[in-house]
Design a protein around this ligand. Sequence first.
Ligand code: NAD
Length: 388
Amino acid sequence: MKDECVDKNLFTQLDHAFIRKEPFGVVLIIGAFNYPIQLTLIPLVGAIAAGNCVILKPSEVSSHTERLLAEALPCYLDSETFAVVTAGPEETGKLLENKFDYIFFTGNNRVGKIIMTAAAKHLTPLTMELGGKSPCYVDHYCNFQNAANRIVWGKFINAGQTCISPDYVICTVETQEKLMPCLRHAIREFYGTDPKESPDFGRMVNDKHFQRVRALLKCGRVAIGGETDERDRYIAPTVMVDVKEWEPIMQEEVFGPILPIFTVKDLEEAIQFINCRERPLAAYAFSCDDKVVNCVLDSISSGGFCGNDTVTRATLISLPFGGIGLSGFGKYHGKFTFDTFTHFRGCLLRCMGLEAINKVRYPPFDDKKLGIVVSALEIKRRGMCTLL
Ligand code: NAD
């Protein structure tokens, strides 16, 4: 938070040049339902640390956590400075008519566009933490059981309602054949023979999401799982094969416990498939050959990347978390959260005297003055460019 001194050029050697970290002012944080504590409190902590006032709008979908936040936060925080607003889409629309100094939104990109449109009316800067279809490439040269364990864990945690869960696996038919028994084994190991009885396997958050995800089972062919129970909003950990790229399961973010496997001829075709689509929030590649993992890393664009594992990347607070393209913009976690809610104010404090030094920049101009000015503007330690 301290003022940060910066390098100076010859012109400003005797001055004080620094970056002051200031709050934006009043920040609106809108959370998604799937990790209702984390997605509201992590930005809240960063916004407070950066010195902002906050209006927190948790998701009304995870209604118990919404109530908990609304009741508990005022017990610990000054409610004149940090307010919790409980609101559905309509009321949030009204809330957005107000002018905020910063908006931090987590949710899907359809709603993201509504939020951005509202923010544009006031030119309010924002962070958009959105979703998308995060691909998971599996190579033929792989430890299939380890890969399957890590994919199953990342996919089925929170019943697939995780923004960075591997949305689909992409591999060759031969790889699919080797991976399938390992996926089956991992699902059984983690959730038992009847995952419905497992205390470690979740449910869809509400009926709407249950109906949406269950409808995706009509695509392709179920290879593992596929059982559902509407009363319990239960959808078994499911793996699907023979899915077509035009089917809904390959068009929309799954956000549920269904893992489609899309087959391609080779790595090149997999990369081409991924690159023909919107840039995802996360991308994963599994291979015992580092060159393959690095090839995927280098050849595609995504918000974040993890080689030989899935969701774990998000546990490292030293890494920025955020999307690119349709998966969002801006970043947070760890120090990046503080930076997100901070205005970096570039400041220069000059002394009133030493006017002789300044004379070179005043008209009338000549070539000699120009030469002095150019060399006086350089910051030697950072190289010779005066523009960057
Ligand atoms: P959502 O967009 O439906 O809702 C998010 C928030 O927006 C909620 O607080 C909701 O009340 C509000 N909202 C909904 N409709 C609105 C409207 N018309 N006007 C104003 N506000 C409105 O998202 P969700 O279903 O809660 O969450 C799932 C999505 O969020 C997925 O796409 C997922 O990938 C994404 N997500 C992203 C991250 C990330 O960090 N990038 C994290 C979690 C979830």
